[in-house]
Design a protein around this ligand. Structure first.
Ligand code: ADP
Length: 310
């Protein structure tokens, strides 16, 4: 086996749903990110090595990065293979797109080594196979922002229709309380029917949020960060949720909510100082609850997967 070329990428964490946009909105952040080194080899097959302490599977059929790479390789006519080393910094199961970062990072790196033969939509399509392995369903609300960067709207998955939204500068504070919320539980407690009056309120908010982002209207963004469908049910699984939200808004946050299926909570702010104050409030809430937690103060990542060209 000979090594043909190597690339190192940073695959960013992502916040899916963005409060009112369940399964259709998501954005990428600058911190945290996974580091992945991918080498193109002339022998077909995938080998995976982990350089972290998360004990994720190295079997390519069980690691989401392997599943995503396999989907990409099925569309290649040349017999090549990949050797992947993952240094995961996004804790699996935290709700900030750990699995999506691995899947998206792997196929974006592969495409780079292959001379960019695939479109970004193709990469989303391949990476969704990783999400299917992690959660049982193909969804793109973490994958799309990880690949495209910024805020993305997934208008449709079948067929894939992804729209990159422009957004003003926003600071993001994320708290990851170290409790376990299983994605399957977070999905199974959701109601399968909604009332028309709730649906009207929800799509009003989604449209308001998209318009607010495009028009850089921070007040409109804040008013639209309301979820009447999912949050009232899911937030029960996250101790301290209501307090974090209320205290964050008191110190000036525009709003926020559950990141993905949780347990992480994110808040958006117009200024860095407010984002710092939000972090202090989050800290105080989880200290008083005696729950271990990790906080990130970051910004929206507008580039998606970053290539560290040697
Ligand atoms: P998140 O919402 O943070 O992405 P998920 O619960 O959706 O977390 O995905 C994590 C699940 O995917 C875990 O069960 C984990 O074992 C599995 N998994 C397999 N490979 C990977 C990988 N390379 N990175 C992250 N999670 C992986």
């Amino acid at each position: 086996m000979s090594k043909l070329s190597t690339i190192t990428v940073h695959a960013p964490a992502t916040v899916a749903n963005m409060v009112c946009g369940f399964d259709v909105l998501g954005f990428a952040v600058n911190e945290p990110y996974d580091i992945m080194q991918l080498t193109l080899v002339n022998e077909p097959g995938i080998t995976i090595h982990n350089k972290d302490n998360y004990n994720l599977p190295t079997d390519p059929d069980k690691n989401v990065a392997g599943a995503a790479l396999q989907a990409l390789m099925e569309e290649l006519t040349i017999p090549v293979g990949f050797d992947l080393t993952i240094t995961k910094q996004i804790k699996p199961g935290s709700g900030v797109g750990s699995s999506a970062a691995s899947s998206a990072g792997a196929v974006a790196a592969a495409n780079y080594l292959l001379g960019n033969i695939f479109s970004q939509e193709d990469l989303v399509r391949f990476a969704m196979n990783g999400e299917k392995l992690a959660s049982g369903v193909k969804h793109a609300d973490n994958i799309a922002p990880c690949i495209f960067g910024g805020v993305t709207l997934i208008r449709s998955i079948f067929p894939l229709d992804i729209i990159s939204l422009t957004a003003p500068e926003l600071f993001v504070t994320i708290v990851h309380p170290q409790i376990e919320v299983r994605t399957s539980d977070a999905r199974s407690i959701l109601k399968q029917q909604v009332l028309l009056k709730d649906a009207i309120r929800q799509w009003g908010n989604i449209a308001g949020l998209v318009a607010g982002l495009q028009q850089q209207d921070y007040d409109l963004i804040g008013r639209s960060l309301e979820d009447v469908l999912i949050e009232p049910v899911r937030s029960i699984l996250i101790p301290g949720f209501d307090e974090v939200k209320q205290r964050s808004k008191t110190v000036g946050a525009l709003g926020g909510g559950i990141s993905g299926s949780g347990p992480s909570i994110f808040m958006l702010s117009k200024e860095k100082e407010i984002a710092n104050s939000v972090a202090s409030e989050m800290e105080a809430v989880y200290q008083s609850l005696h729950v271990d937690h990790h906080i990130y103060i970051t910004t929206i990542n507008t580039n998606g997967v970053r290539f560290l060209v040697p």
